[in-house]
Design a protein around this ligand. Structure first.
Ligand code: ADP
Ligand code: MG
Length: 597
């Protein structure tokens, strides 16, 4: 296959080079905050008393998301890698930077990786005393039927939701009001897209899907997710009619009602074509005697160089109209004219509040840590042994990475082994930094952070939450006895369920974690030792993993395959088994060494 051509330097540097380029071009609008280098904050956005707006998502959708940062729209954007959610770190940095004391709203498109990473950041922000609410955009009509509209993906309709919520916040609406109006905007926005050609990732330079020479795909997602079917390419008018008919089926519009229109290019479709599409949109709306309050034609949410376009309609009432018309000043959108705030109450003045909230001191120093070592509940599994167990996981994951990627190649995107190996290499490095006075909770925290910072895939927030919750279960303890070890496994399992919202039977890692925790609890009731309990957990995970071959996927990336995933094991369930069995082996070895020595 021939490679695509791109104007890039080292593909690994592309995100930071893009950010550097953006900041150099728009220094009067946006500045970088925090240590990740991926939190971009409006120079003239956040203000004391104003609800902060944080948007974000993967890169490759420019001008989304960083182009919508500025006065009157978003206060900050968190920037992920190409088509991958940002990790919680930049999201949290953005939330801190824009918190004006009245709360922060996260706005982003509905993708499980984004949901999990933004939720983790929201949890951490709450721990620092920042109140966060999230509104997830679900405008892509093609991605789920109307009864399951909440499962829909977010695409170009992000633009309307961000604009309206940003305006409400700029007018000093309360947190509740901003959330309510963002939800209303989302409910009122419907998008349908069409793809004519693929895009390629800078890392691979290979087209990410194939589309016949004279074909189009209606409803394809902005990362190349399958649409509702390929068909022969048709004229602009008949494609527009196809897209609009799907939208009109759900958005009832009566004569005299008003909408805003967004005709969005996906990356390599000409403005000329986009205006031809808009021409037909207006004809159809005129026929219905529906009025266009405002139109936007151009590139608003792209998909690298994908060919094609989407049409979004938002039904407007007086409130939404006023917010859409409210002035804003961003790189990608200017409406009206914005009078800059004068002096002290601006973002610069907000720095001091960063982590002055009493709750900020909460993390890390557990309530029990002041107690002397002797008073703390203990057990034979010391922090050193916990570290040794996880070091062995890192080795086992590295040894099995090709197998994990192969499994993921069959029912997912083939990255699970690479991703896990990256994450566990980072954990290995973090374990080398462990201090002798780090307790189990502190060790788990270090591991979770290392994992999150290096893993963009859904397994990042899932395993990181498992590690954090497991660590919390050991808070204040000097070591784990059998009961505490079982609680540790149970907390990890519960953390994964909480973060991913998958149920047993959905064909995910939950199907290995739940039987693992149950088997461990059973072994404990039977009076098992720490080793017996952990071995039981590993066996439970193994059975669960094998069982995933017999069920169809309902969560995560493979859920798109549904029945076609039958007969194949879930890669996340497999990595869970690898982890738990490596932990059990290391524990047995460590304890027998202790006994021998
Ligand atoms: P991605 O799907 O982002 O490429 P990985 O390939 O690293 O991420 O991990 C895929 C695994 O993640 C799946 O095999 C499944 O076990 C797990 N997974 C995905 N979504 C969920 C979820 N919502 N809850 C629990 N596990 C999930
Ligand atoms: Mg994958």
């Amino acid at each position: 296959m021939t490679k695509t051509k791109k104007l890039i330097n080292n593909p690994d540097d592309i995100i930071f080079e893009m950010i550097e380029g953006f900041l150099g071009a728009h220094p009067h609008l946006v500045a970088r905050k925090g240590e990740s280098g991926r939190a971009l904050v409006a120079v003239d956005g956040p203000r004391e008393g104003k609800v902060g707006i944080v948007i974000g998502g993967g890169s490759g959708h420019e001008p989304a998301f960083l182009g919508y940062v500025g006065r009157g729209l978003a206060d900050a954007a968190a920037v992920g890698n190409v088509f991958a959610s940002p990790s919680p770190e930049p999201i949290l940095e953005a939330a801190r930077a824009v918190n004006g004391g009245t709360g922060v709203v996260f706005l982003y498109g509905n993708y499980s990786g984004d949901v999990m990473n933004f939720d983790m950041a929201a949890d951490e922000a709450a721990g620092e005393g920042i109140e966060v609410r999230s509104v997830v955009v679900t405008d892509d009509v093609a991605s789920a039927p109307a009864e399951r509209a909440h499962e829909r993906r977010g695409i170009a309709g992000d633009f309307f939701v961000f604009k309206i919520a940003g305006a409400a916040a700029d007018r000093m609406a309360s947190l509740e009001e901003v959330v309510a109006v963002a939800e209303k905007a989302n409910r009122s926005t419907f998008t349908m897209g069409v793809a004519l050609g693929p895009c390629s990732l800078p890392q691979t330079l290979k087209p990410n899907f194939s589309i016949g020479e004279n074909a189009m795909e209606i409803g394809m997602g902005i990362h190349g997710e399958p649409g509702i079917g390929q068909g022969p390419l048709e004229s602009a008018d008949s494609v527009t009619d196809k897209l609009l008919d799907r939208i009109f089926a759900e958005l009832s519009l009566s004569p005299g009602e008003e909408v805003a229109v967004l005709v969005n290019g996906l990356g390599s479709t000409s403005q000329m074509e986009l205006y031809v599409l808009h021409r037909r949109v207006k004809q159809r709306l005129d026929e219905k005697r529906v009025l266009i309050h405002r139109s936007f034609v151009g590139e608003y949410v792209t998909s690298l160089e994908m060919a094609g376009a989407s049409i979004s309609l938002i039904k407007l009432d007086e409130e939404l109209k006023a917010l859409l018309d409210h002035p804003c000043q961003t790189a990608a959108l200017q409406v009206g004219s914005v009078v800059p705030e004068s002096g002290a109450s601006r973002s610069a003045g907000m720095e001091h509040r960063k982590s002055s909230h009493p709750a900020a001191a909460r993390s890390g120093s557990a309530p029990g840590s002041a107690r002397s070592q002797a008073e703390r509940p203990g057990g034979e599994v010391t922090p050193q042994i916990v570290a040794a167990m996880f070091r062995n996981v890192a080795a086992a994951i590295d040894a099995r990475k090709d197998w994990l990627s192969e499994l993921d190649g069959v029912i997912g995107d083939g990255d699970h082994g690479i991703t896990m190996a990256l994450g566990w290499t980072a954990i290995g490095r973090a374990l080398d930094q462990v201090n002798s006075d780090d307790d189990i909770e502190a060790i788990c925290k270090r591991m979770a952070k290392a994992f999150l910072d290096s893993v963009g895939a859904s397994s990042g927030p899932l395993y990181a939450t498992a590690l954090l919750r497991a660590g919390e279960s050991a808070r204040g303890r000097a070591g784990l006895d059998a009961a505490a070890l079982v609680a540790f496994i149970e907390a990890a399992a519960a953390g994964i369920r909480e973060r991913g919202k998958a149920e047993p039977g959905d064909k995910t890692m939950v199907d290995a974690w739940v039987p693992a925790a149950e088997a461990a609890a059973r072994a404990l009731r039977e009076g098992g030792s720490v080793v017996a309990c952990l071995k039981a957990a590993a066996r439970g995970a193994e059975e669960g993993m094998n069982g995933t071959a017999k069920i169809a996927a309902r969560k995560g990336r493979s859920s798109k395959l549904g029945e076609r995933s039958l007969g194949h094991m879930d890669p996340g369930a497999a990595s869970t088994f690898v982890m738990l069995s490596a932990m059990a082996k290391a524990l047995e070895r460590e304890l027998s060494e202790t006994a021998d020595g």
